[in-house]
Design a protein around this ligand. Structure first.
Ligand SMILES: *[C@@H]1O[C@H](CO)[C@@H](O)[C@H](O)[C@H]1NC(C)=O
Ligand SMILES: *[C@@H]1O[C@H](CO)[C@@H](O)[C@H](O)[C@H]1NC(C)=O
Ligand SMILES: *[C@@H]1O[C@H](CO)[C@@H](O)[C@H](O)[C@H]1NC(C)=O
Ligand SMILES: *[C@@H]1O[C@H](CO)[C@@H](O)[C@H](O)[C@H]1NC(C)=O
Ligand SMILES: *[C@@H]1O[C@H](CO)[C@@H](O)[C@H](O)[C@H]1NC(C)=O
Length: 512
């Protein structure tokens, strides 16, 4: 009892947020080139993503759904494995006339356990977790773009996660260690089946010649669905109060950026949901995912030398528990500073997130030092300890939690949720504050929120280079190489159904 349930949920949620992370694919790799990525450009400033600013007419976008510990568990009936993609080339077919040449069929998108596909390891054929990981790689092969003079890349990734955890299932490890089932109560779950995968509907991208935007045709498509079972009636009730997610995209041919319009709604049975658009590593791990990944980051950005540019228009915030992340970055390194290598017992997911919902308070405070990182580093490299109540910027930190397997933590501390990632994790959650002005991040509550649509140029590299992350004393500082950069929200358990809506466009990662 001891245990404050709400508080625990809040903490875990943050973690989930983390979900996003990535790993340092890099890390994984391999002798020779540091990251396994080759630097093929001689420009000093260049884009790290395959589709800089989301301007490419031939879109590459994929979808993935995760359970509480970033696996599949059990596929939804008739839905196949929860990995799908919409990738196409736009082909000119005469004056002002185009054809969309899809690379992925609906048959590909519905592939599920038991269905073989080229390259599938037979051992994965009947394992929903391994099957999904290999399906992502297969869809990546279908979508891959090999431009001249650059590393191949695959797609933007839409990630959906369900925060329900059936603790009696024994499905999720604790800090990477397999543990037996334990009694319910600490996490939301309505009972058997609460960790299900969603129903997914795909609207393949089409061209609309009569869109009202002058003579310029508009391309549009989308993914949408629900976790609730509409046919069984459970939870669906009146058909209104059901969970819902939707991401639609549209772009005028040859003009501007793709606009990704996101909607996310929680329900009584699914009170904790996450939806993000991610730029993930094109190989190796990505944030929170311990399988080989596919993505958009054809060069992995390393602190401090990169920036992220994007436009964000938040239409609906998602209520008081919606931790909207105006950039969530994810990576992986071990407590001794070494790169991750896939060993879930020692690999640690590292996340940092700027939360822009002004209803989210700072839990870090002079009276709650356990929720603060041990110190803050200013832009002029001055270290300020959290016990320095005059100078420490408490309001700049929502919550810090340390990896559950760190052995030399400075007291007081709190540790991160041990179950919501395949391995231990560490979270540094930030709030808008004047101290971040130097990096172009939000400086006051409400910046970038509903009614304040903006284009941001965030010095994510500079900021992430100065954040505190745990390492064992005396070990060589980890290289901070980021394998996932995402935007979206994590709506935590609240006492009502909540709904968020936002539009993301112009996303770019610029190596400086
Ligand atoms: C790639 O390089 C070849 C040979 O230099 C050139 O003909 C082609 O147009 C280039 N393609 C792109 C997409 O730049
Ligand atoms: C919904 O529930 C019905 C009846 O229990 C079941 O037959 C069906 O497979 C379920 N559908 C999904 C998508 O879970
Ligand atoms: C560095 O920044 C801190 C806090 O903003 C300030 O108090 C201090 O005077 C600065 N130091 C230098 C050397 O500029
Ligand atoms: C504040 O914390 C630092 C780092 O842990 C410690 O060295 C210092 O003694 C503390 N100062 C006070 C006044 O407690
Ligand atoms: C169900 O939906 C209706 C209409 O949107 C809303 O007024 C009501 O508060 C919802 N119920 C719950 C429990 O959230």
């Amino acid at each position: 009892m001891v245990f404050n349930f709400t508080r625990y949920l809040m903490m875990t949620s943050s973690l989930m947020a983390n979900v996003n992370l990535l790993f340092t694919a890099v890390a994984l790799s391999i002798a020779g080139s540091e990251t396994g990525y080759s630097k093929l450009t001689s420009n000093s400033v260049y884009s790290a993503v395959g589709d800089p600013g989301m301007k490419r007419d031939g879109l590459r976008v994929a979808f993935e759904a995760w359970n509480f510990c970033n696996e599949v568990g059990i596929e939804a009936p008739a839905m196949g494995s929860p990995r799908a993609a919409d990738c196409f080339d736009l082909v000119s077919s005469g004056k002002d006339s185009y054809r969309i040449n899809h690379k992925v069929t609906e048959h590909d998108n519905r592939l599920g356990v038991g269905d073989p596909f080229p390259g599938l390891n037979p051992k994965s054929l009947h394992d929903p977790d391994l099957y999904a990981a290999e399906k992502e790689v297969y869809l990546g092969d279908l979508c891959q773009v090999v431009d001249n003079d650059t590393n191949p890349w695959q797609f933007w990734m839409i990630m959906l996660k369900n925060g329900n955890y059936d603790t009696t299932s024994g499905r999720c490890p604790e800090n990477g260690k397999k543990v037996p089932p334990f009694p319910p109560g600490r996490f939301p779950c309505f009972g058997d089946g609460c960790m299900n995968q969603p129903v997914l509907t795909h609207q393949p991208t089409v061209i609309d010649y009569d869109s009202g935007s002058g003579s310029v045709p508009v391309m549009r498509g989308g993914f949408k669905g629900s976790y609730d079972n509409l046919t069984s009636g459970t939870g669906a009730g009146d058909g209104v109060n059901i969970s819902y997610f939707e991401v639609t995209w549209k772009k005028r041919v040859g003009v501007g950026s793709w606009e990704f319009n996101h909607k996310l709604k929680t329900s009584k049975l699914y009170p904790w949901l996450m939806l993000y658009l991610r730029a993930d590593a094109t190989k190796g791990f990505s944030g929170g995912y311990h399988y080989d990944t596919r993505g958009m980051l054809k060069t992995l950005p390393e602190s401090p030398n990169f920036k992220v540019k994007l436009s964000l228009d938040v239409k609906k915030g998602g209520g008081s528990k919606s931790q909207f992340y105006l950039i969530d970055m994810g990576s992986c390194w071990k407590n001794n500073g070494q790169s991750c290598d896939g060993d879930v017992l020692t690999d640690i997911t590292r996340y940092s997130e700027m939360i822009i919902n002004p209803e989210i308070p700072a839990w870090c405070a002079p009276s709650a030092l356990a929720n603060c990182p041990p110190y803050h580093i200013t832009p002029n490299n001055t270290k300020i300890y959290r016990n320095d109540t005059v100078r420490f910027p408490y309001g700049a930190y929502h919550y810090y939690c340390a990896p559950g397997n760190a052995e030399h933590l400075e007291k007081p501390y709190s540790t991160c949720d041990p179950y919501s990632n395949p391995q231990a994790q560490e979270l540094v959650q930030l709030l808008p504050h004047p101290i971040w002005a130097e990096y172009g991040f939000p400086t006051k509550q409400g910046d970038g929120w509903v009614g304040d649509a903006r284009t941001w140029e965030l010095d994510v590299g500079g900021l992430s280079g100065r954040l505190y992350f745990y390492q064992d004393p005396g070990t060589k500082a980890a290289k901070r190489i980021w394998t996932s950069l995402d935007v979206g929200t994590e709506i935590f358990v609240s006492n009502k159904d909540e709904e968020a809506e936002w539009i993301l466009s112009d996303f770019d990662v610029i190596i400086t």
